[in-house]
Design a protein around this ligand. Structure first.
Ligand code: FCB
Length: 442
């Protein structure tokens, strides 16, 4: 067997990503907390509770230690709007102090911070005003961004305005199990277009405060593959691709929002990205199916030859990662992989998934795709939205009752990658030998 070292460029960022509501705990004032109290909204009736106890117990300190001791040099985290602005006319400076502390904590550990300003959760007061369907949400978000960035800019210049606007809009307004639990295409597209406007405003506000800021969006790109030759299947693939994958990012490039059933000129959005953030998990196959009116007449599934994660939530499909990066490269901007990872309490699937995706990324870097960093989802198991605690995405496991962290083998695999700024055939052999023949030429 030949040996190989797949090196990454110097200065490459290696980290993990987290989101406020998923790790902080006791976010009493947002829409997710309210949603968790409702029966049947979260799998098993799970609640975020203390989550990873980053807020009350300040356990971000020990988790950042874990990250830095295992050679991660960056971390992506998010700010919880409802903490900074608990009521429409009240700002909580002590909350901003806490985030400042976290950013300083990263700096002290020699880690670069990437800060997300909206990661799915919203202040409950905003939802009572109609949430993102209400056009006022755009200016309200702009005001929050101004406060947050004024306070935190001295310690951060990499900003993600909005995490996965497409997942948020469909999750919350197209039956995806997020609050407010609506199922209304018109509302979903209206929300998506308001998120374009909110991003554009945030971009402008951030640059006004910090001219050298790097501002982007964490785009969730999902591959849709036609599962048969039915022309209606092809049409469905094109529709999904345009509405889900393209419409948001295109609007930020051209100033024109085209979600087929809603088209709108949003000129202020044109040219409002300094980098492209890519969240890639999987691709899926689609077939037109007349019996499934609820699911836009489609059936979606994973290809039979792909290995599925523990709960069947995603497939190990690094070929899709290549497509995702090619898609991101259309915009001619630097690229960060803002999320990529797998649910796996047994930490067997994850190791294969990790090495195969890092290997795919290396391949793309060597064809000069301008990838600047990779953030694995996630550092430690955390509250997985409507899936509660049933999915385990952490390099470290978590016992949410005792708050004990469990070091999974992936921690050490990822540490070796981060330390070497490379993946090697020896690492693959040691940690994920089943993936060796997919990575090495024989
Ligand atoms: C992404 C979300 C992130 C996490 C992962 C598993 O869609 O951005 O918060 O839930 O999926």
């Amino acid at each position: 067997m030949p040996r190989a070292i797949f090196n990454f460029p110097s200065g490459f960022l290696w980290g993990t990503a987290t989101a406020a509501h998923q790790v902080e705990g006791n976010n009493l004032n947002n829409d997710w907390w309210a949603w968790e109290q409702g029966e049947g909204n979260i799998r098993n009736g799970d609640k975020s509770g203390k989550a990873c106890d980053w807020w009350a117990g300040r356990r971000w300190r020990e988790d950042f230690d874990r990250a830095s001791e295992t050679f991660q040099n960056a971390h992506r985290l998010s700010v919880e709007w409802s903490r900074v602005q608990p009521e429409p006319d009240r700002w909580d400076e002590t909350a901003l102090d806490r985030y400042r502390e976290m950013l300083l904590g990263l700096k002290e550990r020699g880690m670069i911070a990437m800060l997300t300003l909206h990661h799915f959760s919203n202040p409950q007061w905003l939802m009572e005003m109609g949430g993102w369907e209400n056009d006022e949400a755009v200016t309200l978000f702009g005001a929050f961004v101004r406060r947050a960035v004024q306070a935190l800019a001295p310690h951060c210049n990499l900003w993600v305005t909005i995490n996965e606007p497409n997942v948020y809009a469909t999750g919350a307004y197209l039956g995806g199990g997020f609050p407010p639990g609506r199922n209304d295409m018109k509302a979903a597209l209206k929300v998506l277009s308001n998120l374009v406007k909110a991003h554009a405003l945030a971009y402008q506000v951030i640059h006004e405060i910090q001219p050298n800021a790097q501002v982007g969006v964490a785009h969730h790109w999902r591959g849709f593959i036609a599962g048969d030759w039915n022309p209606l299947t092809r049409q469905a693939v094109r529709l999904y691709d345009q509405v889900f994958n393209n419409s948001f990012a295109q609007a930020l490039q051209t100033g024109r929002f085209d979600a087929r059933m809603l088209r709108e000129a949003i000129p202020q959005a044109k040219g409002t990205q300094d980098f492209i953030g890519l969240n890639y998990y999987t691709r899926e196959t689609i077939r037109f199916d007349l019996t499934r009116s609820k699911d836009m007449y489609t059936r979606r599934f994973f290809r039979k030859d792909l290995e599925l994660s523990e709960g069947g939530f995603l497939a190990n499909d690094p070929e899709g990662f290549k497509q995702c990066i090619e898609w991101g490269n259309r915009f001619g901007l630097p690229i960060y992989i803002t999320e990529n990872g797998a649910e796996d309490s047994k930490d067997d699937f994850r190791r294969k998934y990790l090495v195969e995706h890092v290997h795919q990324m290396w391949h793309m870097v060597n064809f000069n795709f301008p990838i600047k960093g990779y953030f694995h989802w996630s550092l430690v198991d955390n509250f997985e939205w409507e899936r509660g605690w049933t999915q385990r995405f952490g390099l470290w496991g978590l016992n949410e009752e005792t708050q004990a962290r469990v070091r999974r083998p992936s921690v050490d695999l990822y540490a070796e990658i981060c330390r070497a700024n490379a993946l090697s055939s020896e690492m693959v052999e040691k940690w994920a030998s089943a993936a060796l023949n997919r990575i090495m030429p024989v």
